[in-house]
Write a protein that binds this ligand. Structure first.
Ligand code: MOS
Length: 738
């Protein structure tokens, strides 16, 4: 929580070409101010802190996906030198009911003998060293009465219950018009099923928690995207006042959603510390990252489209099914994008759950629209081919000027401009739609495009700005820096509002002792925490005016003003509130305007016909996402998202052994992720200049997840254009192209 300020890395705020039109980036846009501390090791992550007396905890997980735990023999484990205790369910205190979310699962581990998934914690070994704890963990003898597991392929689907991640039916199952009549009168129809597989977050920093009790106060350093969520989940489970729980996480080494909710290892570290009477640190091993902190569940989508001869949609239907655990209905809302993407009089979206003996899934960049838009945008490409209409033209003919179901106006939407600019940058015009028409030696070359859409999640948030006697400013907000540049953005917002150089601003982020914000997820942080910082800075300025008895003096005079008035420090609190005072809003549901972010993605693929090897040659993404505050960090974020989408399209799949209900690869060497050699240099990112008057106080919406959406469909569409092969199951494999 040490104050962290920028050094000397100003950037050209108007990075050429990134913002199309007259944009208004921050005058104080800056390179990432957390870059130097991260690469020099000055940034301390949760797993790196080891106070004197800390015990190292290793969680022992069930190797079996379903069954009953009959007993644990710890005799050999306890003989390992340095081992202090082996905790089982019998050692843990009684707990309150979990509040789901922020606790990720309704099934609290080690509270009964039921085994619900592979890796479910059954014991914790505590030792003076990590090595001793790991050795002993391997010596624990578990007696488990196995039962055959159900997996996605063998399970059956049902409507979700309203729990888990909390979507209500009214949200996920929507309908307008008469879909069957729309299909019946269509000149062309598409009815196809698409599969987006289970994938893991594979974040670089393993989830880690250091828990320390100081009397009745609990102090936790934990890798998290939502310190306040950790506080609330633990307060409920431990039946403690939230204010007695202090959670900090100044840096998060990647999360992508896996650190958004609160997972069992965080609770278990806290309970172990209480039982042992010493600080306890648990760092999940890499294998536990595949069973202990969620994943993006496999999504099967059936999409039916109908259109008239001119390509105007007469019916859109999207039914998606995703796997979830037996304890929780995690809803992967695969039709979230379909509901809002195109103008159509008849739309029906449904989400179904397939309960199985697997760990509980969670949000992963990009949830919902990510897997779902692969299906819709592939189907749109199939429809364009059927109707002999250019795929981009088909999208333009169905452009939604208002929210298709319900008719709310959009807060701001520059998708037409994004299509046009993306097409121009890519060179889409004049494309020969014929598959297999372009050949270079044994390589077939094709191009494809897709639309992108992402929900606009917003959280009521607060922030504080402090002006010190020396004229420096400190920005305080609970939000986490998850690697996306949050510190840089929040410092920049305060600096701009106050008219200060950003070098005079430091940040304190990532702690429940700071002003409360929403979690750093859902692409929401700049809108939510950023608006609160802007409000706090405005209030600070107003206080300065009052203090001066008139106009606000220039910043150089602030130290003398404070000295003259005998004020040691001037503090202002700011807030970002949502309509009706709700704590959370998705896509503008609480207010008068529908809110989404939008984009157009174009890619060129080449496929070696003999080897089936497909490569991306270049990609263009052009986006409508509100005001872009920092072109450098925004562009970087979008490039990362396009690469992430390439991973979805071409590489990533967490295969499960269906007989045992176990994930096959549980380390980074066995997981296919994009590496530099996979990725072309030529990734072109731009944003249409925009200022959204409704979504936030500062003109912005969000970008962090939008950039992943549409990429897989654009790639699959380009592969079809190159080869004539329509691949409807991701990832696209060699065998699909031979
Ligand atoms: Mo993101 S999947 O909301 O961290």
């Amino acid at each position: 929580m040490t104050g962290l300020g920028p050094t000397s890395h100003r950037i050209d705020a108007a990075l050429p070409g990134v913002i199309v039109g007259t944009g208004s980036p921050l005058a104080t846009a800056h390179r990432r101010i957390d870059g130097a501390p991260k690469v020099t090791g000055a940034a301390v992550f949760a797993g790196e802190e080891t106070p004197r007396g800390t015990l190292h905890g290793v969680i022992v997980g069930s190797p079996v996906a379903r069954g009953r735990l009959a007993g644990i023999d710890a005799t050999a484990a306890l003989r390992v030198p340095g081992v202090v205790r082996v905790l089982t369910g019998a050692d843990l205190p009684p707990l309150g009911p979990p509040m789901v979310p922020p606790f990720a699962t309704a099934s609290v581990p080690m509270t009964d003998d039921r085994i619900r998934h592979e890796g479910q914690p059954v014991a914790i070994v505590l030792a003076e060293t990590l090595e001793a704890a790991e050795e002993a963990a391997g010596l624990l003898r578990l007696s488990i009465l196995r039962e055959p597991p159900t997996v996605f392929e063998t399970g059956s689907s049902r409507p979700p219950r309203t729990q888990g991640n909390g979507y209500a039916f009214a949200e996920i199952d929507q309908e307008s018009g008469d879909v069957d009549a729309g299909l019946a009168r269509a000149a062309a129809t598409i009815d196809a099923t698409y599969l987006a597989p289970t994938r893991h977050h594979n974040m670089m920093e393993s989830p880690a928690t250091l828990a320390e009790w100081r009397g009745a106060e609990l102090h936790i350093h934990t890798a998290s995207q939502w310190t306040f969520g950790v506080r609330y989940a633990l307060a409920g489970l431990l039946q403690m006042p939230p204010g007695a729980i202090h959670v900090r996480c100044p840096y998060t080494g990647g999360g992508f959603g896996a650190k958004g909710y609160v997972w069992p290892h965080q609770l278990l570290a806290v309970l172990a510390a209480r039982v042992a009477g010493r600080p306890v640190k648990i760092v999940l091993g890499r294998d536990a990252c595949y069973t202990g902190t969620g994943y993006q569940p496999v999504v099967r989508s059936r999409v039916r489209l109908g259109a008239d001869a001119e390509g105007r949609l007469t019916a859109v239907e999207h039914v998606s099914e995703n796997v979830s655990s037996t304890a929780d209905d995690y809803i992967e809302f695969g039709s979230a994008g379909t509901r809002s993407m195109y103008a159509c009089p008849s739309i029906r979206v449904r989400t179904r759950i397939v309960p199985a003996d697997v760990p509980t899934p969670t949000a992963m960049r990009a949830p919902h629209e990510g897997p779902g838009m692969f299906a819709l945008e592939s189907a749109m490409d199939e429809l364009a081919e059927r109707l002999r209409i250019d795929p981009l033209e088909l999208r333009l003919r169905n452009h939604a000027d208002v929210e298709p179901i319900g008719g709310k106006p959009f807060s701001s939407k520059k998708l037409r401009e994004a299509y046009a600019e993306g097409a121009r940058r890519f060179g889409w015009a004049g494309r020969d739609p014929t598959p297999r028409a372009r050949r270079e030696g044994r390589r077939l070359v094709g191009t494809g495009m897709a639309s992108a859409i992402m929900s606009t999640f917003r959280f009521a948030s607060t922030a504080r700005v402090r002006l010190a006697a020396d004229g420096t400013v400190r920005v305080e907000a609970g939000s986490q820096e998850i690697g996306t540049g949050t510190r840089t953005i929040l410092a920049g917002i305060a600096a701009e509002r106050l008219g200060l150089p950003i070098e005079r601003v430091t940040t304190a982020l990532g702690a429940t002792d700071l002003p409360e914000t929403g979690g750093t997820f859902g692409s929401s942080t700049t809108m939510s925490a950023g608006s609160a910082v802007a409000d706090a800075a405005d209030r600070l300025k107003a206080r300065l005016g009052e203090l001066a008895g008139g106009a606000v003096p220039p910043p150089a005079d602030w130290p003398s003003l404070l000295a003259r008035r005998g004020v040691a420090e001037l503090v202002a609190d700011g807030a970002f509130q949502l309509p009706g005072g709700v704590p959370f809003d998705a896509h503008g549901g609480a207010g008068t305007h529908a809110m989404h972010t939008w984009g157009a993605v174009f890619v060129e693929m080449e496929v070696d016909e003999e080897l089936g090897v497909a490569r991306m040659r270049r990609a263009v993404g052009c986006y409508s996402a509100g005001r872009i505050l920092n072109p450098a960090t925004a562009r970087s974020q979008m490039i990362g998202g396009i690469i992430w989408g390439y991973g979805r399209a071409m590489l990533e799949e967490s295969a499960m052994d269906a007989r045992h209900g176990r994930f096959v690869s549980k380390n980074l060497s066995g997981v296919h992720l994009p590496v530099n050699a996979d990725i072309p240099r030529d990734i072109d990112v731009s944003f249409i200049a925009e200022d959204d008057p409704h979504a936030s106080l500062i003109g912005v919406r969000g970008i962090g997840e939008l950039c992943e959406v549409g990429v897989a469909a654009a790639i699959a569409n380009a592969v079809h254009h190159a080869t004539g092969r329509r691949v409807r199951e991701l990832p696209i494999k060699f065998a699909d192209l031979l």
